[in-house]
Design a protein around this ligand. Structure first.
Ligand code: ATP
Ligand code: MG
Length: 778
């Protein structure tokens, strides 16, 4: 039967009091031979009894308040039960009086102390790790996993870490010399009995402190060098993992997030681990030694100072709440000001073209004004916060001096030991303060590394595990019933059952209205995505079976928006090649792309910097460099996705001629909106709304009068401002268009339609009869 919370809350402590009384009685009777052992055994019995009574209450998690978890209850129980035997054992080991506690644990004062200590520990635990906090529940497992991953990264440097640990222990121990010998000198000043004590203390103090500083120096050197090595290793392996992710990953995750993981997160991690973890180690080791030395000198003073310190460590949390809230507001306000700066500088051309420099400056000043207002409040709050901190610190020091003074006058501590104790306590306080302030940073490092490892451990959804690399390839590509939708829009099929072929030595044009799915076909051919059904074959084998580098050397893409890198033109052309190409090979590729002339006209010719994303080149120049970059690897399948859209007619002809005729074994897939580019293809595939609606030669499709014909009509129709008369007479406009349609097959003469004159001329440059149009405003 389930009980309410009140019953166990009353009955369990009552039971505990009875158990403690029985325990004390048992100690008197049977524990006289081995009192400490008896105390431990009986205390364990007490814990067992209490655990059983709690179990009997069968408290479920839902019956407990949110701040009290079943595990907390169990820990409280264990702690309360074992606190007394632990204290007695420690007191006996350090020579402190323990008889009173050993036999008098049933006294009300001892019981109260026991409960108060347990309560204090759990108060601190709830304070630092509130129930349901991230670090406690779900995050805990992740944090543990991350820490073990971090340790795994450090494993290769285990030897160095052992050396660091050795230096750390030595130098921390050396740090104890100054307080210790200051105490000895104080005793000498007070007693002046041994004249050599002063000199000996000075010499020992100087030697030990110098040795400690030296070991600290070596420790720092070894530690920092090791951590920098680990940072470099992690950063490069994150980068290596991220570039292997599938393109869909880059579609969904913001570039800023990725770069922030590789740079900011790894830097945060490395900085925190290098600087903060080293501080944590130093001060932790120092605190341990200080505690040992303090306990040796006076257990009471040590206990008092520890309890006092924990209390004053809680005070800033409450006094600093307002200051922290303001600090967050200041950060947010600064971020808003930064947004304005970012917006302005990234859109400088737009700002200039709308002459809104003053407007943007005003917006920036307004935001800064907000920040300034908050800064003033924050400064006042900070002063208040610091004042409470200093005051509580002062109270602790004065109380400590008072207690120390009482002990000295009572004769239980010497003056020298009190001086040493005060020094130790001061250093201990600093150590604890540093540990408390540094710990969140180390947690932050673990958090940052969690994100970094998340990227490192993520397996690419589209693995490049193919191994095929045949020496001969026939360049025959086949799309077979391919259906595909982008991962971001899984419910919108972009390609529906698409089938077509690219044949060796032939030029295939993929045409269709915007958004029809042409570039998507290219994306699939480039293996950026995996189709949901159907397959893409190269020489009868699925493309994923080919070795990654081999495949992309054989199938070269010049994309719709070619991306150049911030490096020289020649390094852009040779991008991705295993070996530096010879100058002649480089120039040959550039000549095929009709880029050689413009490159040699540049100031530094092939060494000219293309600028960030190729910004220092014109659109047409960029396209030609991109075509050269594709051609230099002598591909068997060339994909030109609107790759000549920025070229003038003559340049486009030259480029296409070399692409089409450069290699008779080559299959070319050309995507274009210009008729001049399309109609010279051997085969045309019309893609509309993700479906192949027509296929054939230019002539066949024109005669068919289907989608392709409609596209051509729209193409020739052009645009123009409709006259008032036309607007009033849609029928006449219609007549004009049909008049134009009739004239569509008729070339070699000027036509007039919709306010544009279309001049069509025959061009035999390409070795096949082609037409080139120039549209000039009427
Ligand atoms: N990365 C993407 N994620 C989601 N949808 C996309 C993505 N890329 C393209 N699309 C959508 O897929 C459809 C086909 O786009 P695609 O780029 O293949 O068209 P296109 O035929 O090349 O057009 P255009 O002639 O304008 O270049 C469009 O509706 C587009 O919005
Ligand atoms: Mg496209």
């Amino acid at each position: 039967m389930k009980m309410t919370l009140t019953v166990p809350l009353i009955s369990v402590p009552l039971l505990d009091v009875i158990a403690t009384w029985t325990l004390s009685l048992a100690m008197y009777r049977w524990g006289l031979a081995e009192p400490v052992l008896a105390l431990w055994l009986l205390s364990l019995l007490r814990v067992g009894l209490l655990a059983a009574s709690l179990q009997a209450c069968s408290l479920s998690r839902s019956e407990l308040p949110a701040w009290l978890q079943p595990t907390d209850l169990s820990w409280m129980l264990v702690m309360s039960g074992l606190l007394t035997p632990a204290y007695v054992s420690l007191a006996m080991a350090t020579g402190l009086p323990s008889t009173e506690m050993l036999y008098g644990l049933h006294n009300w004062s001892a019981l109260a102390l026991n409960y108060a200590s347990t309560g204090l520990v759990f108060l601190l635990r709830w304070h630092f790790f509130p129930p349901g906090s991230k670090g406690q529940s779900t995050g805990e497992a992740g944090t543990k996993a991350t820490v073990s991953r971090l340790l795994a990264c450090m494993r290769p440097d285990i030897g160095r870490f052992l050396l660091v640990a050795l230096f750390l222990v030595l130098s921390s121990l050396g740090e104890m010399a100054i307080p210790y010998y200051t105490g000895r000198m104080t005793d000498w000043v007070m007693n002046e009995d041994d004249p050599s004590a002063f000199t000996n203390s000075i010499i020992a103090m100087s030697l030990i402190t110098s040795a400690s500083a030296l070991t600290e120096f070596f420790c720092d050197c070894v530690y920092n060098v090791t951590m920098t090595g680990i940072h470099t290793r992690i950063q490069s392996s994150v980068f290596r993992s991220v570039v292997r992710h599938e393109i869909a990953f880059f579609d969904t995750v913001h570039t800023g997030d990725i770069t922030s993981r590789i740079t900011t997160d790894t830097n945060t991690m490395s900085e925190s681990l290098t600087e903060k973890l080293s501080l944590l180690m130093w001060y932790l080791m120092r605190a341990v030694f200080l505690l040992v030395f303090m306990v040796k000198l006076s257990f009471k003073v040590t206990l008092f100072s520890i309890i006092g310190m924990f209390i004053i460590s809680i005070i800033p949390k409450y006094t600093g709440r307002y200051y922290q809230k303001l600090a967050v507001e200041v950060q947010e306000s600064l971020a808003k000001a930064n947004d304005v700066a970012m917006e302005t500088f990234t859109s400088m051309k737009t700002v200039r073209s709308f002459a809104n420099e003053d407007g943007q400056s005003r917006r920036y000043s307004d935001r800064l004004e907000d920040t300034y207002r908050l800064n003033k409040k924050e400064a006042a709050a900070y002063a208040g916060f610091m004042w409470t901190n200093s005051l509580s610190d002062l109270v602790l020091k004065v109380s400590l001096l008072y207690i120390g003074g009482c002990l000295v006058s009572g004769g239980s501590v010497s003056s020298g030991n009190l001086v040493s104790l005060i020094f130790y306590q001061l250093q201990f306080t600093t150590a604890i303060e540093v540990l408390i302030s540094v710990y969140p940073n180390v947690k932050k490092a673990v958090g940052a590394s969690e994100k970094v490892f998340e990227y490192m451990d993520r397996p690419p959804a589209l693995a490049t595990l193919g191994t095929l690399a045949p020496p001969c390839l026939r360049a025959h590509v086949e799309f077979r019933n391919v259906t595909f939708s982008y991962p971001k829009r899984p419910d919108t099929p972009v390609l529906k059952n698409v089938s077509f072929e690219l044949k060796c030595g032939k030029v295939t044009a993929l045409v269709g209205p915007c958004g029809g799915g042409k570039t998507t076909c290219v994306n699939l051919l480039e293996r950026f995505y995996q189709p949901q059904s159907g397959e893409i074959l190269l020489d009868g084998r699925p493309i994923e079976q080919y070795e990654h580098k081999y495949y992309h050397n054989k199938v070269a893409l010049v994309s719709q928006e070619p991306m150049l890198f911030a490096r020289s033109v020649e390094r852009n052309i040779a991008y991705g090649l295993d070996r530096e190409p010879q100058q002649t090979v480089l120039e040959e590729a550039a000549t095929c792309a009709d880029a050689h002339c413009f490159i040699t006209a540049l100031q530094e010719q092939y060494k000219t910097d293309a600028g960030e994303k190729g910004k220092q080149l014109s659109g047409g120049q960029k396209q030609r460099v991109a075509i050269a970059r594709a051609l230099i690897r002598q591909p068997l399948v060339v994909i030109l996705d609107d790759a000549t859209s920025c070229l003038d007619g003559v340049t486009e002809n030259t480029v296409l001629q070399s692409v089409y005729n450069g290699n008779r074994e080559r299959a070319v897939l050309v995507i274009a909106h210009r008729l001049s580019t399309i109609e010279r293809a051997d085969h045309i595939v019309v893609l509309e709304a993700g479906t192949v609606v027509e296929e054939g030669t230019h002539q066949d499709l024109q005669n068919k009068g289907g989608c392709y014909q409609r596209l051509l009509q729209k193409h020739f129709q052009g645009f123009g401002k409709r006259t008032t008369e036309e607007q009033a007479e849609p029928v006449r406009s219609q007549a004009l268009r049909s008049q134009y349609r009739q004239a569509n097959g008729d070339r070699d003469r000027d036509r007039e339609t919709d306010g544009l004159s279309v001049h069509i001329q025959t061009d035999k440059d390409l070795g096949r009869e082609t037409d080139r149009q120039t549209m000039t405003p009427h």
